[in-house]
Structures are given as structure tokens and as C-alpha cells.
Write a protein that binds this ligand. Structure first.
Ligand SMILES: Cc1ncc(COP(=O)(O)O)c(C=O)c1O
Length: 428
């Protein structure tokens, strides 16, 4: 299959997915007026360019949590009114998340702590002897949880990703799972997940999509893309209250060992223990993170109400401005797997000649009030590959990069401040 064929099906679906109408203005984030100290003791407005690590809280998310607190009570247990109300809010959050990702009516929606928790949960539920196929470009959350895996080298172009997955899956007997990220947390580049799902299914495999960096930036439709599982985190989706989610097919989850063993996961306990068959109670033992789930759902609602067209348009304007600014500075090099023109979300990683990533990040923070991330972004094999290192040490300052990432609340002034700060730095 050529690169062209792979991508011709993706934009058609993406266009359909982005066709939501804009009905509300883009919501504000908390902390938009945060001031931070810089060298000399001055206070400046904080330029938060570290959304890919954790995004700030949306105002409607904070409002939803505040509104739920007065009636906060136990879920799934109490007959009291507050318990019933809180249970209803928690279960409504599940429906909201289901709709947000376009899940099938019978898909399980399991609240977890974050994406890492969600991938580990699925890893524990895989049928015995499942082989996982995973690219070296993955975040550690999607690279490491698997008992038996085949690791694929970073593909030189998107069609190569599909070809490599095809070949690897063809050579595996027994249950198989392809794991792939939808949008890279290092380069922001979008992966051909529709084509990869197609290939996986052709070989009788399932696909898990790590959508941690996609869902804050683009609409995802699990049914339209024919994905089996998706995982993502609330704290990257403007809902920093400690919840994440795993959504997908029920059967493996219904049969897998309960993720946590305790109250709520069992139907009855006597000499034998009878576990719930339904994946949600089976894997959500103990008191769940109700406020986290409510926050996550409020973020889904807020993004949907705003409409993806407006969100994507503003993000693309700012990321294009940032990338062209970076490209105009000699000595600043953007990291990219598939080239300048490949579609991406609002994430850019780069190096600066003559400076370690840590030095750059410290200067940006200490002198300009800009927050970025530096390091290998929990994607060590991928960052090493992009930096052209065979096998360097970790977080050692030489083999790492700086990452700027944007989202709701990012302004043009933030972007311009970063570009000018880097220009000044390389000119010293
Ligand atoms: C692509 C991707 N997957 C998974 C994760 C892990 O997310 P969490 O730390 O919320 O578990 C991250 C976090 O940076 C990520 O960027």
C-alpha cells in the first residue's frame, strides 16, 4: 500500500470527524493570569508551553467539580440521596466519555488513573500467549507493559509503518495486539491509525491506540476508525483530577484477572469468590475517583460544545507560527520523523546548538517565564533515534531535546516570546 493510499482514507474520516459545529466560544483555562518570578526578581505572565505533559484545568471542568462537591458521597453503595446523585453523576461521566470517543454501544468504559494505568490494565487482560507488536517510537506507557512483544524500528515514512506492522503481524500465531500512538508526544506527528487498524484486523489482531496526545487536539471516533481499544488521561485533557480511561471491546476485559481485587469487583465472597463479569465493576474495585471522572467528562463536554473546527483552526495557526519561528533561527533544529509537511498536533521538540536541553529550559524559565519540557519525554528509544544516537545514556543532558506544546489558553504572545527568547539565546 502506498503512503498516498493510506492517507487518502484518513483525511476523509478526519474531515467528517472535524465537521462539528462551533456553538460556544473557546473556554478559558485556570491560571491564565499566573505570574512567575524571573531573574532580577521581576514578575512576568507565565507562558505555559508544556501542555503535552499536563494541561491546565478548563474553567468548565473546575466548575463541574465544584458543583459536584456539595453532594459528594459514596458511589454504587449508598441508598442516601447524595449517594444516588453522585452515583448518577459518575455513571453519566461514563456515557459522556463513551460518546466523546465515538465508542460502540457495547464497549467497556473503565476509569483508570491515567493512560499508563489503562495500558497496564489491558496488558493484564490479554489472552494468554498474546504477542504485542509495538513501534520503538512509543511512549513508555505503551511500550513497556507487554509480556511478550515484537518491537519495530521507527518507520521512515507512514506507509512503512503499515508495511512493517503488516509483515510483523503476518508472522505471529495466536492472539495478537498492535499498539500504536495516535499522535506522538515527541514530534506531534499523526500516525495512520485507520490504515493500521485495517492491517491489524486483516491478520486477526486487535489494535490499541494510545490517544493521550490526540484527544486534547482532535476529535477521535473509535467506531469510524474501527479501533478496538483507546486509552487517554484526564490531566492532558484539561481535567487534572487524577482520572484516565480505557475504552474498548468487552470480552478480553470481562475475562481478564480483576485489575484490583476488593470491594465492588465481586458479586459474592464465600468459600469461593464470584467476580463481576462486567468489565467496569470487575476492574474498578474500591472507591473510584468520582471527581476525576466528573472532571474528565466535563472536559469532553466543553471541547465538544466548543467544536473541533474552532479548536483545530486556532491550534494550527499558532503551531505554524511557532514552527516557522523556530525554523528561522540558525542552530535550532526541530525533531521530526516524517518531515516538515506531515500533519501534527500542537507539539514541537527541538535542539539548540551549543546548549543542552536542560540549559535551554532553565534559561527559558528563569529569564523569560516560559515553561517547556526537556529530556526524552518518556520515549527514550524514539528520542535517541531522532537525535541520531546509537544507544546513549538517559537524561544525561547531551542526548535530550526541548519540547514546546500548546493548547487552549496558549496565546500568540507566548509563542512569540519563545521564539524571541531562543533567538536571543543563540545570539549570545
Ligand atoms: C503518548 C503518551 N502516552 C502515554 C502517556 C502517559 O500518560 P500518563 O502519564 O498520564 O499515564 C503520555 C504522557 O506523556 C503520552 O504522551
Amino acid at each position: 500500500m502506498s503512503t498516498l493510499t493510506i492517507f487518502s482514507s484518513v483525511p476523509a474520516r478526519a474531515a467528517e470527524a472535524v465537521a462539528a459545529t462551533t456553538s460556544r466560544p473557546i473556554p478559558a483555562v485556570l491560571g491564565a493570569d499566573l505570574e512567575v518570578p524571573v531573574k532580577g526578581g521581576r514578575l512576568v505572565g507565565y507562558a505555559n508551553l508544556d501542555y503535552a505533559a499536563s494541561a491546565p484545568c478548563l474553567e468548565p471542568v473546575s466548575a463541574a467539580v465544584t458543583a459536584a462537591l456539595p453532594a459528594y458521597s459514596s458511589v454504587h453503595r449508598g441508598a442516601g440521596y447524595a449517594s444516588q446523585l453522585t452515583t448518577a453523576r459518575y455513571e453519566q461521566a461514563r456515557h459522556t466519555v463513551r460518546a466523546f470517543v465515538g465508542a460502540r454501544p457495547d464497549d467497556a468504559v473503565i476509569f483508570t488513573r491515567n493512560t499508563t494505568d489503562a495500558t497496564n490494565l489491558l496488558a493484564r487482560c490479554l489472552p494468554s500467549d498474546t504477542t504485542t507488536v509495538v513501534f520503538d517510537t512509543e511512549h513508555h506507557a505503551s511500550l513497556l507493559p507487554w509480556q511478550k512483544s515484537v518491537r519495530l524500528a521507527p518507520p521512515a515514512f507512514p506507509g512503512e509503518a503499515v508495511r512493517a506492522a503488516d509483515e510483523a503481524l503476518a508472522g505471529i500465531d495466536g492472539p495478537k495486539l498492535l499498539v500504536v500512538t495516535a499522535a506522538s508526544n515527541v514530534t506531534g506527528e499523526l500516525w495512520p491509525i485507520a490504515a493500521l487498524a485495517h492491517v491489524a484486523h486483516r491478520h486477526g489482531a486487535r489494535i490499541l491506540v494510545d490517544a493521550a496526545q490526540l484527544v486534547p487536539h482532535r476529535r477521535l471516533n473509535l467506531t469510524a476508525l474501527d479501533l478496538d481499544y483507546v486509552a487517554f488521561s484526564g490531566h492532558k485533557l484539561y481535567a487534572p483530577f487524577g482520572a484516565g480511561v480505557l475504552v474498548g471491546r468487552r470480552d478480553w476485559l470481562a475475562e481478564g484477572e480483576p485489575y484490583l481485587k476488593g470491594g465492588g469487583a465481586v458479586r459474592s465472597v464465600g468459600d469461593d469468590t464470584e467476580w463481576h463479569d462486567d468489565p467496569e465493576p470487575r476492574h474498578e474495585a474500591g472507591t473510584p475517583n468520582v471527581l476525576g471522572a466528573i472532571a474528565l467528562a466535563a472536559a469532553c463536554d466543553a471541547l465538544t460544545a466548543t467544536g473541533w473546527t474552532a479548536l483545530v483552526r486556532e491550534e494550527e495557526r499558532l503551531i505554524a507560527r511557532l514552527r516557522s519561528g523556530l525554523a528561522s533561527i540558525e542552530g535550532v533544529r526541530e525533531l521530526s520523523l516524517w518531515g516538515d509537511d506531515h500533519p501534527r498536533v500542537g507539539i514541537v521538540s527541538f535542539t539548540v546548538d551549543g546548549y543542552s536541553a536542560r540549559e535551554v529550559a532553565e534559561v527559558l524559565s528563569g529569564e523569560y517565564g516560559i515553561g517547556v519540557r526537556d529530556g526524552k519525554f518518556c520515549a527514550h528509544p524514539f528520542v535517541r533515534h531522532l537525535l541520531g544516537e546509537a544507544d546513549g545514556g538517559c537524561e544525561d543532558g547531551t542526548a535530550s531535546a526541548v519540547r514546546a506544546s500548546i493548547g487552549i489558553g496558549t496565546t500568540q504572545e507566548h509563542v512569540d516570546r519563545l521564539v524571541e527568547a531562543l533567538r536571543e539565546l543563540v545570539g549570545r
